[in-house]
Write a protein that binds this ligand. Sequence first.
Ligand SMILES: Cc1cc2nc3c(=O)[nH]c(=O)nc-3n(C[C@H](O)[C@H](O)[C@H](O)COP(=O)(O)O)c2cc1C
Length: 271
Amino acid sequence: MRLSDVRELVRVQRPQLHPDARALHRCHSVEDFRRAARRRLPRGAFDYIDGGAGDEHSMRANEAAFGDYELYPSTLRGVEDTDTTVDILGRRSALPLGLAPTGFTRMAHTDGERAVARAAGGAGIPYALSTMGTVSIEELAAVADFDHWFQLYIWRDRGLSRDLVDRAAASGYRVLMITVDTPVSGHRERDLRNGFTIPPELRPGMVADIALHARCGFGCCATGRSPSRTSVPPTGRIPPGSWRSSPPSSIPASPGTTSSSSVPGGTDRWS
Ligand SMILES: Cc1cc2nc3c(=O)[nH]c(=O)nc-3n(C[C@H](O)[C@H](O)[C@H](O)COP(=O)(O)O)c2cc1C
């Protein structure tokens, strides 16, 4: 067989040269992304994102509950007018979902919240910046054309909470989500075993782990950003006792239930 015959039968794929592009090319499911993250991130960071509290029974149950949903196919119905848009708290979203707030997102990648916001903008869905975000409220407000939501943990020092809400409202965030199920930090066993804290404290074992994952390198640290640019004052500077029932150096950002309210015009006060 001649080369020209082969060319007619197969297409030659260009190799992906950039390691990120190569890794993404191999991901076809959430589990693929999870495996890629496990390879890429230091153990502490991966377990913080992947893990739950206690023996992770609720986490597994929550995941299993998705298996109860079935999608019924509708055939011979015509597909030219499919519409996945839906109204979420007064604004049209391209899909019936949004991107949830996550604390310390730049621990996973230097672009952190900015990348998530760009993805939300591209997909036409909302995204909520976490109180424990690693870019400031104002910086993220300027990033992309997406539906800006802000998630609030209520601090014992009500002035701190009020200040965050004022800043979010002034920056044009449209929806305030209040996380109500984290009055105390979860007993997150993976984090305890890894000696992992929020904000991350460097320990000898961790340094080696981070060095082995240099391309991730704890984004918050790698970019050398001043913590004063996070949405909340750096945890260490939060006045003692601000966090409702546990010291702020513990991990408040465990998976949480949130309630949301829409702010007409995006600049009204939340009260
Ligand atoms: C790594 C990680 C960090 C999170 N950080 C926050 C946070 O800062 N604030 C918050 O309200 N919820 C936080 N959550 C909870 C999520 O916003 C979301 O409510 C939860 O993960 C359930 O959604 P899911 O089933 O899509 O994961 C976090 C969740 C994870 C996994």
